[in-house]
Design a protein around this ligand. Structure first.
Ligand SMILES: [Zn+2]
Ligand SMILES: [Zn+2]
Length: 215
């Protein structure tokens, strides 16, 4: 069997289609290339508009359309989703809708309850496909990364990483190494199978301030 080249993909990127980001689609392309990413997942809050627009463009990058759904109990990423999913649903229903839309569901920054992460109790009851272990925007970064890694093992779920960037400079600070062919369906299947390694670092303090000032 032919060995697959590992892909480097930031699986959690916000754009100006999120209420709290000014990142343009051009910024995403520019910074993703500067950071030597093979691709990004566009996961705006409760909308697929930005993801759809970027998927239509010829960017030279792998664009995974996605959404970050604000459920009644916390945030869930839907990857490979082009159908809008309403906010305010029960998390179990949001997961079902993500699956019906042909996507996979990932617990976004779990245990970071202060920023809308699902709690331990909510997590274990859900049919999730993966856990976001590395997220550059959580604080304290090292402790939550450690706890989330332990959580994913306990739940027996694959691990992902993403920057959760709301400013262009944060794109690619965290990412997922994925062993897959360079197409979205194969990437999604590889995440589901757990052929992933999450990596990354926290967003530097000066960029957090920038987000606060602009956000
Ligand atoms: Zn979130
Ligand atoms: Zn996010």
């Amino acid at each position: 069997m032919r060995a697959l080249r590992p892909l480097k993909i930031d699986l959690h990127v916000h754009t100006r289609f999120s209420r709290d980001s000014k990142t343009t689609l051009e910024d995403v392309i520019l910074y993703a290339k500067m950071r030597k990413l093979d691709g990004v997942a566009i996961t705006d809050h409760d909308t697929v508009e930005g993801a759809e627009a970027l998927s239509r463009e010829d960017t030279g990058l792998i664009i995974i359309p996605g959404i970050e759904v604000s459920t009644r109990r916390g945030h869930i990423l839907g990857l490979n989703v082009t159908t809008p999913i309403p906010k305010g649903l029960d998390p179990a229903e949001a997961v079902d809708r993500i699956h019906e839309a042909g996507g996979i569901s990932v617990a976004a920054h779990p245990l970071a309850v202060y920023k809308g992460g699902l709690s331990m109790r909510s997590l274990s009851a859900l049919k999730l496909d993966a856990v976001e272990v590395v997220n550059s925007s959580v604080l304290p970064f090292s402790l939550l990364t450690f706890l989330n890694r332990r959580l994913s093992r306990k739940l027996g779920l694959p691990q992902t990483g993403g920057s959760d960037s709301h400013v262009p400079e944060a794109i690619g600070l965290a990412y997922t190494i994925i062993y897959a062919e360079s197409d979205v369906d194969d990437i999604i299947e590889s995440i589901r199978k757990g052929a992933t390694v999450p990596e990354g670092e926290p967003i530097p303090f000066r960029l957090r301030l920038k987000k606060l000032r602009e956000g």
